[in-house]
Design a protein around this ligand. Structure first.
Ligand SMILES: Cc1ncc(COP(=O)(O)O)c(C=O)c1O
Length: 393
């Protein structure tokens, strides 16, 4: 399989991730932070050191404010519900994933908040000045996707953060596609809450994600339960990390994330990103020379991730995906990719979205050549009117 679906989840993982998950869980598969025997203490140390690795990666101050959850969607639910109050106005963008759009939509349907969705420009970028224009008296929060999972564009987070600071708005950034791919400095970028997922560019397994909440940001607790400490207390613990964590952690997930983050740091975030963007540029240029193809917001390598959304004129994106899979063994994602408003913005909402090819650290030039050749052959089939026989074969 030629795997070009790294925006969904990175695959394969580095060998070190598989190995550490196996060895750690065999030797330390006990409940962290609950008991005083050696294995429990060592397990807790691994969890804490993962908090520290990520806190340092995002330039936070206190590893306890780095909390774990199932994934980005889980943390976004906790953060968005925990930060909004009746009557609030929230500004977000048309670049968001459903993991932001849906929690906000439900809050607005319940009459708790009102939401403004800002459009992106023709190249796929937000204009920080646009945020300023829609701020109202009751605006409390701005939520922005750092990097689009559909078109790969990386947003001017520091500039948007400045607008938020100027107007005293809480700034929440969805770093699902950027954590581990692009350097993130929460302080320099003015980010109040950063949400990440473990299974994409941080190279961990599925089922682990989290958030970092800066000091002074008042996230209400929305979940209560066991914490392993102060068990006689009737209320859930207010301090971090307990505030946003309850129950036994996904230990094997944290172990995989631990090894994934270490691997990314050893390779170097910038080095990996540069290597993937070189391949992306080759892919983009190869596909843009094929007749009947359309690429979206794919001008150059600047401020972007290695994600290419495309269509072949006259073809449904799902059919192209099926042909790539069945005839060429190329795995990709088609359709709306959980981000329907991006497709409204690029004009593909009513034609079943796009074919998305997304690269990762283990892709090669040969993979890119194979994808270009496959798209070229499919596009040529159409002009020869062989489409019907190709999909029914
Ligand atoms: C931009 C963005 N936000 C949020 C998510 C949700 O991540 P998870 O599935 O880990 O909750 C994704 C996953 O595709 C994403 O691309």
């Amino acid at each position: 399989m030629i795997y070009l679906d790294n925006s969904a989840t990175s695959f394969p993982k580095p060998e070190a991730v598989y190995e550490f998950m196996n060895s750690f869980y065999r030797n330390h598969g006990v409940s962290p932070g609950r008991s005083g025997f050696d294995a429990a203490i060592e397990t807790e140390e691994m969890v804490q050191s993962t908090r520290t690795l990520l806190t340092n990666m995002f330039n936070g101050d206190d590893p306890n404010r780095l909390t774990f959850s199932y994934n980005a969607s889980d943390s976004l639910n906790m953060i968005l519900q925990g930060l909004t109050n009746p009557g609030d106005h929230v500004i977000t963008t048309m670049l968001e994933h459903n993991s932001v759009l849906r929690p906000l939509y439900h809050l607005s349907q319940e009459g708790i908040i009102e939401v403004t969705y800002l459009p992106f420009d023709h190249a796929g970028y937000m204009d920080p000045g646009d945020f300023r224009k829609v701020i109202k008296k009751n605006t409390s929060m701005v939520v922005v996707n750092h990097c689009s999972n559909v078109i790969g564009t990386v947003q001017p987070i520091a500039e948007i953060g400045k607008v938020c600071k100027d107007h005293d708005l809480t700034f929440v950034v969805d770093a699902s596609q950027s954590a581990g791919a692009i350097p993130i400095d929460m302080k320099a970028m003015g980010i109040d809450v950063l949400v990440f997922t473990g299974h994409k560019c941080l190279m961990g397994p599925t089922g682990i994600g989290g958030s970092y909440v800066m000091e002074g940001v008042p996230v209400r607790m929305t979940r209560y339960g066991g914490t392993g400490v102060r068990s006689a207390q009737r209320t859930h613990l207010e301090e971090y990390p307990y505030r946003l964590e309850c129950g036994t952690l996904n230990l094997i997930g944290v172990a995989g994330l631990h090894a994934g983050v270490k691997w990314v740091l050893e390779q170097g975030i910038e080095k990996l990103h540069h290597q993937e963007l070189q391949l992306w540029d080759k892919l983009r240029m190869g596909i843009q020379t094929i007749d009947n193809t359309i690429t979206y917001c794919a001008l150059n390598k600047e401020n972007r991730n290695p994600v290419l959304s495309l269509n072949i004129k006259g073809f449904d994106s799902g059919d192209v995906g099926t042909m790539l899979d069945v005839d060429y063994n190329v795995a990709c994602r088609t359709g709306l990719q959980c981000a329907p408003l991006v497709h409204e913005g690029i004009g593909t909402a009513n034609c079943h979205g796009t074919v998305r090819l997304s690269l990762g650290p283990f892709n090669t030039k040969e993979h890119v050549d194979a994808a270009i050749n496959a798209i070229a052959e499919i596009a040529t089939l159409r002009s020869c009117n062989k489409f019907e026989s190709a999909v029914t074969r």
